[in-house]
Design a protein around this ligand. Structure first.
Ligand code: HXC
Length: 287
């Protein structure tokens, strides 16, 4: 059955708010990131989604393009975020075909459960490379275009020489499990802490160039690999009951947070972490 709007966003946003904007998203065919991109496309943006799996990425792009008449969505598969050159090529193709990059979502991630004793040095490095180096590569490959976009949308005045507008924005998708520490997740926790730190540096270093940088930290989100891996199915009902809001998250919750941060309503929000977890980490430490 084709996806309904309620499957990826709430009904409160105004159509067209992202007209003429372009979003570049790594991990764009994954469960969370595809909802983020769908919402932006629905509201007027064009998109370029990046993935490792060619077929999955191209299929998702085609489906996203059907969400709005005139929407353009490119799917570029066979891109490993650990390899800077392939990301750089993907970013230039995006600019050539869609005219620029205004928003970036660094969403590609790798995860599995393993104790520190079980974790090989290479396993630790693989997750660091996908998450931290991959986020850095994504930022670096798109930075010239984000700066251009920031310039384009800058509105200066003598009284308030601050960049205003909705250009040059990046969201890194992180997590909450490193706030208190989590067994079997040392590798991911270290990586996500690094990503949080990278976002803060971008906010400070590139704010004067018209950019904003923020983290979205999703809690447990229904139907994601993360939750499936961390939560055995026979424990699900009791787990949901234990949550402060009596439910786990929906991808729509993350897409709505993304729309907020990229919209005019988010103009003055930078260097922040938006935790979208229904207060989960405060009671269960991040799962
Ligand atoms: C221990 C493991 C392992 C496991 C792989 N390795 N799986 N070690 N337990 N379950 C080890 C391998 O043995 C190898 O080490 C090293 O990791 C690299 O594995 P490869 O398979 O060669 O690497 P690669 O193909 O690059 O795969 C990367 C990956 C994989 C991270 C290991 O799982 C992956 O590609 N995942 C992408 C999809 C994904 O994980 N999505 C979920 C994101 S959820 P040796 O020493 O043998 O060479 C998420 C949410 C986090 O991020 C928050 C949760 C709440």
């Amino acid at each position: 059955m084709p996806l309904q709007k309620k499957d990826y966003m709430s009904d409160i946003w105004k159509d067209g708010i992202f007209a003429n904007k372009v979003v570049f998203c790594t991990g764009g065919a994954g469960t969370i990131c595809s909802a983020q991109v769908r919402a932006l496309v629905h509201l007027g943006a064009n998109a370029c989604i990046i993935g490792r799996n060619v077929e999955k990425t191209e299929r998702a792009a085609k489906e996203m393009a059907s969400l709005r008449p005139g929407a353009k969505v490119i799917g570029i598969g066979a891109v490993d975020v650990r390899k800077f050159d392939s990301l750089k090529d993907a970013a230039s193709r995006c600019v050539k075909e869609l005219g620029g990059i205004d928003f970036v979502i660094a969403g590609a991630a790798g995860n599995f459960l393993a104790s520190i004793e079980q974790l090989s040095v290479n396993a630790f490095k693989s997750v660091m490379d996908i998450d931290v180096l991959g986020s850095y590569n994504t930022l670096k490959a798109t930075l010239p275009y984000l700066i251009e976009s920031g310039k384009k949308h800058r509105v200066d005045s003598e009284l308030n020489p601050c960049p205003l507008g909705t250009g040059g924005r990046i969201i890194f998708v992180s997590a909450t499990l490193h706030y208190r520490g989590m067994p079997f997740q040392a590798h991911v926790s270290v990586a996500k802490a690094g990503i949080d730190s990278l976002s803060n540096s971008v906010a400070i270093e590139y704010g004067p160039r018209g950019m904003t940088s923020n983290i979205i930290a999703p809690g447990p989100i229904e139907s994601t690999d993360g939750l499936e891996r961390l939560l055995p199915s026979d424990a699900k009902a009791a787990y949901i009951k234990s949550q402060p809001l009596g439910r786990v998250g929906h991808v729509r919750d993350i897409a709505d947070a993304t729309v907020y941060l990229f919209s005019d309503a988010g103009n003055y929000v930078s260097g922040q972490t938006l935790v979208v977890d229904g207060a989960n980490w405060r009671v269960s430490g991040g799962t």
